[in-house]
Design a protein around this ligand. Structure first.
Ligand SMILES: [Zn+2]
Ligand SMILES: [Zn+2]
Length: 510
């Protein structure tokens, strides 16, 4: 075969393209075609256009996706404009290249298309066309986001958030959005009409744009799981956003001792008026709490929170104790571990020792707290499940309904020790709490019991028992709901008149 015949047999690239045009699958131009069709009806900014294809191509962003599509369309139309070939017009969606360029420039505010048009109108002396298209280009307003996603507006949102969060301590954050359902509905409607199936949500788009920019401003990372600060952009009322800040609760662990009786562990609302201070039926001041709304004027929780809250500028505080003593019981010894949960704190970096000293000075007569440390929420969850595996030591002063002598006491005490120590007692929910807790029977172990005869009417007990044991009922029998009981073994009705918790500790190897 000679050189000449080989050349004539090879196809030129141009011929190959002509052949491809005939056999080309319509789907291959799907992205261009869909974009063109959508823009015929809707004005979309480049972020909102690119979002419709956000699951296609990685390592890029929505506006780059949109620019790639729009630039391809612009170049195709520009090429056609130069060729002025009728055949080419029809391959490009059957429209004239000038119409295509105008559509792209006006409907999606695309500079390169706009400039091609301006040059073309200048070269062909069509100034009236120039004056017609310029204001349309300038006044572009996205049908989906009303230009909220334009870089200048994202920047403004970030500046506003920076302002709003300036008083907050946080190591990481997360951006979220409350959206007006109208926006979602409109976008879903467009997607359904044009078969756009590769797009992320408006929310995800906005959250990412703002989140990325805030990372640079704050020099802090976003965190999806339990962020220190959740920043909500609120677009429910209008596209002029307002903001909500949701700081994660702060958990401070310590121990408390309680030196006084009649101080509940946590704030206790009046159960008659449910804390309102006003009787619902008569609309007069509640007789039970005399209008205060509280059963007790204060609590361990109230005292500690009154010092901690101002430091954290939190909304409220909740004390989670490792179990709780009765209101009239003191809590001595090493103290009871607790976690104070501060809700919605602005400050997370705190002078913990100063706070401890302040509490101990201010309330030295009623409570004392140990050093604070910052812990996570899991600690509170552990407390709730651990109360079963803690053991507690109590001091109880008991009043006897009948007088007894010391010689009567000694053998009864021996009997008591043999029947209770390292034995289980069965306790039905006490009558005094059964109105607010499920009535069921629990088994609790008594580890140690010692007694001392004080006088004919009083005995002093030291009791070490499993966490959650109802000690007053262990003593009185609670009308036979606790079996066995000290009253039953002694054969004498008796009542616990003073109760102190002297130690709380975890049971090892259980
Ligand atoms: Zn938009
Ligand atoms: Zn009341």
């Amino acid at each position: 075969m000679d050189e000449n015949s080989r050349v004539t047999q090879e196809k030129s690239p141009e011929n190959e393209i002509e052949e491809l045009k005939i056999i080309i699958e319509p789907q291959s131009l799907e992205i261009l075609l869909k974009t063109y069709k959508v823009l015929q009806k809707y004005k979309l900014c480049q972020e909102c256009l690119g979002r419709q294809f956000s699951y296609l191509a990685t390592g890029t962003d929505n506006s780059t996706r949109a620019q790639a599509i729009l630039l391809t369309l612009t170049m195709e139309a520009h090429a056609a404009l130069k060729k002025e070939s009728l055949e080419y017009h029809t391959t490009l969606f059957g429209d004239r290249p000038l119409e295509i360029l105008e559509l792209i420039a006006i409907q999606s505010h695309f500079q390169p298309a706009f400039h091609v048009l301006l040059n073309y109108y200048s070269n062909t002396n069509q100034n009236e066309k120039k004056e017609y298209i310029s204001p349309l280009f300038d006044s572009h307003n996205c049908d989906l986001c009303l230009n909220l996603l334009m870089p200048t507006n994202i920047k403004r949102i970030c500046e506003e958030i920076e302002q709003e969060t300036s008083n907050y301590d946080f190591e990481n954050f997360l951006v979220g959005t409350y959206l007006n359902p109208k926006i979602t509905n409109k976008e879903e409607d467009i997607r359904a009409q044009y078969g756009l199936i590769s797009g992320e949500s408006f929310k995800a788009n906005l959250n990412r744009l703002v989140g990325k920019k805030l990372q640079q401003i704050f020099h802090k990372p976003t965190q999806y799981k339990q962020p220190d600060l959740q920043i909500m952009i609120d677009l429910r009322e209008s596209m002029d956003p307002t903001y909500e800040l949701h700081p994660k609760s702060l958990f401070l662990e310590s121990k408390y001792k309680k030196f006084v009786r009649n101080l509940p562990q946590t704030h206790w609302h009046c159960h008659d008026c449910r804390g309102r201070g006003i009787d619902r039926r008569t609309n007069e001041i509640c007789q039970t709490c005399h209008g205060s709304g509280d059963m007790y004027p204060s609590s361990v929780e109230d005292l500690i929170a009154s010092v901690v809250l101002p430091y954290t500028r939190g909304k409220s505080a909740v004390l989670h104790g490792a179990g709780r003593e009765d209101i009239d019981a003191r809590c001595l010894g090493a103290g009871r571990p607790f976690v104070l949960e501060i809700k919605a704190p602005q400050k997370r970096i705190l002078p913990l020792n100063k706070i401890m000293d302040e509490i101990n000075q201010k309330f030295s007569k009623s409570i004392r707290v140990g050093p604070f440390s910052v812990v996570n929420k899991q600690k509170v969850i552990n407390y709730k499940s651990d109360s079963e595996i803690t053991e507690k030591s109590y001091h109880a002063l008991v009043y006897l309904a009948q007088p007894i002598s010391e010689s009567f006491f000694a053998p009864r005490m021996e009997l008591l020790r043999s029947q209770l120590m390292n034995h289980l007692v069965k306790q039905r929910t006490p009558l005094r709490v059964v109105h607010r807790r499920a009535d069921r029977t629990r088994s609790k172990e008594i580890f140690e019991i010692q007694g001392k005869w004080i006088d004919a009417r009083h005995i002093f007990f030291k009791i070490r028992a499993q966490g959650g044991t109802y000690i007053k009922e262990l003593i009185s029998s609670d009308n036979g709901r606790t079996v066995p009981s000290i009253a039953k073994i002694f054969g004498i009705p008796m009542l616990c008149v003073e109760l102190d918790i002297v130690n709380v500790r975890e049971i090892k190897n259980s």
